[in-house]
Design a protein around this ligand. Structure first.
Ligand code: APR
Length: 320
């Protein structure tokens, strides 16, 4: 059986890391696409040359030609511009919307059966635009944010409790922005919900509130430290987790930006929700119950995403 084909659109910091991880995990053959001449070719060759030492089997190719992504099983999109210090994800809107148009059309014309994972920010609006421009079924186009935001939350919680990150589960919903909703009630250490851990004296509500805020600011914290770009190791790892769930039909329950039409009371829009990812793409949206407070936070996140989508429609009339 032929190896799966993984197309990475954008060969920058995240794209290169995605290629390296996909090769190390032998998820398939990899095509790195970028408009910057030499970058995808150079990164592909460099990673391929690490193969003999690492002992993986994967073909890598760098390209500026969309024809090379033909028949891809998975496309992961990072094409666009990342944040600089002082910029919000939303500041990227106008530039990255144009990029989504060319990428969406490239995928539509060359890899219409692919499972598409968008990483480009502002995420919830860009994944929506990518689905619109590509015309692929909504269950095959999703955005990577919830896995990353939850991973950041899990990491901070593991530091607070001094336990293995493996035993911390966490849930972050809503848009991938300042209004994201880390759900404390659904987050646990080996099944013990965080509110119970407060009652048990393992932490305090104030400390938990600070961790929630640090999670919301997780991307900005990295941008502030790096100064010349945004996070790439954890975003790439999160998207690879989603790609693997699809390619291996794992039926993982992962939060991601998915098309909700009816679920969570939403009327056709992309936002971060719990999903099941398997061979059918986004196979199910897990419509969990929220308390009044959680619902209010989710609603405000949803309106922030709606505002960005409206802004996209204002910029590109073909989306209206
Ligand atoms: N088609 C293909 N590639 C493009 C296009 C395009 N139209 N426009 C830009 N690119 C490429 C750039 O040449 C660059 O190599 O996208 C790549 C982006 O890489 P980086 O600038 O290193 O950005 P990265 O850190 O990888 O982040 C990419 O993901 O998390 C988000 O906010 C982040 O939107 C940003 C994206």
């Amino acid at each position: 059986m032929a190896r799966p084909k993984i197309a990475l659109i954008g060969a920058g910091q995240i794209g290169g890391t995605l290629a390296h991880l996909a090769a190390l995990k032998e998820l398939g053959d990899i095509v790195l696409f970028d408009i910057a001449e030499g970058t995808p070719e150079g990164k592909s060759l460099d990673i391929a040359e690490s193969g003999p030492s690492e002992g993986f089997d994967a073909k890598l190719k760098g390209t500026q030609d969309y024809a090379d992504i033909a028949g891809a099983d998975v496309c992961i999109v990072t094409a666009g511009v990342p944040r600089k210090p002082g910029m919000s994800r939303d500041d990227l809107l106008g530039i990255n919307l144009k990029v989504m148009k060319s990428v969406g059309e490239g995928i539509r014309d060359n890899a219409p059966d692919a499972f598409v994972i968008c990483i480009t920010n502002p995420l919830d609006a860009m994944v929506w635009a990518l689905q619109q421009f590509s015309g692929l079924p909504a269950n095959k186009v999703c955005g990577m944010a919830g896995v990353l935001d939850s991973a950041r939350f899990r990491h901070f919680l593991s530091l607070e409790f001094d336990v293995s990150m493996k035993d911390v589960t966490a849930f972050v919903l809503g848009g991938h922005g300042d209004t994201m909703v880390p759900l404390v009630r659904y987050s646990t250490v080996a099944g013990i919900p965080l509110p119970d851990l407060v009652d048990m004296g393992w932490t305090t509500k104030d400390k938990l509130d600070a961790i929630v805020q640090r999670t919301r600011d997780g991307g900005a914290e990295i941008v502030g430290l790096l100064k010349t770009g945004s996070a790439f190791y954890a975003p790439a790892t999160s998207a690879i987790e989603m790609a693997e769930a699809y390619l291996k039909d794992q039926k993982r329950l992962l939060p991601c930006a998915a098309w909700c039409d009816g679920e969570f009371g939403l009327n056709g829009m992309y936002v971060g929700v719990p999903t099941i990812i398997g061979a059918g793409g986004i196979e199910k949206i897990v419509d969990i119950k929220m308390t009044k407070d959680e619902q209010a936070m989710f609603d405000s996140s949803v309106s922030a995403v709606k505002g960005l989508v409206e802004a996209c429609k204002g910029i590109d009339s073909s989306l209206a």
